[in-house]
Design a protein around this ligand. Structure first.
Ligand code: A3D
Length: 306
């Protein structure tokens, strides 16, 4: 039975654990620094498994040694963005937490694939890569499925077309400079612009960019159901060796003309983690937006020491 560890037993961590359990991808270890929290959440999740006949065991722990033997480690530990904070404000505090978690992963789960969820996402993923010392293919960041999912939700509500028939892609930072690609968004086999005018598409792109902040404004804390769902798809792609094309924050080593930085790009995910980075043919405008997004990420990364 595969073993999936989720570090951080808060909202995103427990949502991810629930959705991984729902897919019966493996046994789960929930970790947190708060005594009792992961144990209580594990008990609750085990009761869920009992009710739904999911043959999965969930264990809660405050001891990193319990992640030994993990195939995948999902990292959600950290502080969340408050209404008046940008993701980059979180940078320095969460970097210390990610460094601490990464050292434990290196020690106790040295063969695992690592999926980082903590914000600011791309720079935290870079921090995990630098601190674990793992090959870049084994350290990746979640966010692309969330941003594309939000865009698809708007298209679905406008056009009344099944989600199954709406596909899209995003590049760059998980943040204000994200580059959604309406030109490469398809409804059935036709491009989005056959169904929506330019103004409506631009509004949908803007609403997608602001969706995370809108959720915080409305309910007072950040999204967790949708991130949990997206994380479970990435875990599944790795555990089941799916070779699924998923927008993933990945280490760029000459890809898209960039080096030594993490940013969201389409990746083939399988048992090896990020098995391939797909280089899309971009227009000049898309490429310029991507470069601008990379600049934002480089500025953030330059504030950290490794
Ligand atoms: P929250 O519910 O506060 O849970 C965070 C948990 O991390 C808490 O239970 C803490 O006790 C725990 N924690 C803190 N430090 C450590 C440590 N050193 N070791 C182990 N556990 C620790 O937050 P949340 O679950 O809502 O969000 C978690 C992170 O995910 C935040 O940084 C969010 O900004 C981020 N997030 C990212 C996305 C993306 O799409 C990338 C979406 C939603 C949230």
């Amino acid at each position: 039975m595969p073993l999936i560890t989720v570090v951080g037993s808060g909202r995103v961590g427990t949502s991810a654990a629930l959705q991984v359990a729902m897919r019966e991808l493996g046994d789960i270890v929930l970790l947190d620094i708060v005594p009792g929290l992961p144990q209580g959440e594990a008990l609750d999740l085990n009761h869920t498994c009992a009710i739904l006949d999911l043959d999965v065991d969930v264990r809660g722990s405050n001891d990193y040694r319990d992640m030994e033997g993990s195939d995948v480690v999902v990292v959600t530990a950290g502080l969340t963005r408050k209404p008046d904070m940008t993701r980059l404000d979180l940078l320095l505090k969460n970097a210390e937490i990610i460094k601490d978690v990464s050292r434990h992963i290196r020690e106790y789960a040295p063969r695992s694939k690592v999926i980082v969820v903590t914000n600011p996402l791309d720079v935290m993923t870079y921090t995990a890569y630098k601190t674990t010392g793992f090959e870049s293919s084994r350290v990746m960041g979640f966010s692309g499925l969330l941003d594309v999912g939000r865009f698809r939700q708007i298209i679905h509500s406008r056009l009344g077309v099944s989600y199954k028939s709406i596909r899209g892609m995003v590049l760059g930072e998980h943040g204000d400079s994200m580059v959604l690609l309406p030109r490469l968004t398809h409804v059935g086999v036709e491009p989005l612009h056959r169904f929506m005018d330019e103004k409506t598409i631009a509004e949908a792109v803007e609403a997608t960019r602001k969706a995370g902040a809108e959720i915080i404004r409305l309910k007072g804390w950040s999204a967790h159901h949708a991130p949990g769902a997206g994380v479970s798809l990435m875990v599944q792609a790795i555990i089941k060796d799916e070779k699924a094309v998923i927008p993933t924050s990945a280490y760029l080593d000459g890809h898209y003309g960039e080096r030594d930085i993490y940013a969201v790009v389409p990746c083939v995910l399988g048992a090896g983690g990020v098995e391939k980075i797909i280089e899309l043919e971009l227009t000049d405008e898309e490429r310029a937006k991507f470069k601008a997004s990379i600049k934002v990420l480089r500025e953030a990364a330059s504030q950290l020491k490794f």
